[in-house]
Design a protein around this ligand. Sequence first.
Ligand code: ADP
Ligand code: MG
Length: 229
Amino acid sequence: MSEAVIALESVSKTYGSGAATTQAVSDVSMSVARGTWVAIMGPSGHGKSTLLQLIGGLDRPSAGRIVLDGAEIGSLDATKLAAVRGRKIGFVFQFFNLMPYLTALENVEIALWLGGAAKRNGRAMELLEHFGLGDKAHHLPGMLSGGQQQRVAIARALANDPDILLMDEPTGNLDSAAEAELLTLLDGLHQAGKTLLMVTHNPAVAARAERVLQVKDGRIVADTRNGTV
Ligand code: ADP
Ligand code: MG
């Protein structure tokens, strides 16, 4: 039983036109079984972020199909796509993208509000407490360390309890203590059954994943499973 929660069929993404064309993603087909922890590696500028944004419905493919939980997202209009994204996907951006004039708590609350899921008073605070940030709830992002901002971003991504968590280089600028904490947190999410896709340059971080995709020139050039040598 390995139901695919994410399936890509011949997905390409081209930016620009004419001489200025960039083929960021080239004919990628793959699927991810529910509950898998996947690391995506590869050199800079080779299409990793684009791939994640396509899967997350933040950008649309130029060609091919993307199926989430059995539903093709390419044919959805903007409103329906936003609804699917809000319900199924949590996105952790490379530079967190927290709103600087909102507190940690408000950053999570706004995601709850936008997600339109059943509202429950106190959920934003529960999430922050779960990630050890209860005492930082009323701080602005600028008053938090990189690791703390990262955890607020993850709390926000989890606000609407998505099945799929997409993370773009979440360990990129964390010190080793914050990185270890993040990995423990991700282990917990993996055990809770979330599907995790994480772009990382760090081989030690990728070693914690179950599966590693290597991206080069917009293609998946290797697909390996950890711990099954
Ligand atoms: P990575 O995340 O692996 O560093 P990206 O997916 O960000 O790579 O970029 C892949 C290629 O697509 C690069 O050549 C980049 O310059 C280009 N690219 C990414 N986003 C855009 C965009 N919005 N407009 C034009 N080109 C883009
Ligand atoms: Mg990138």
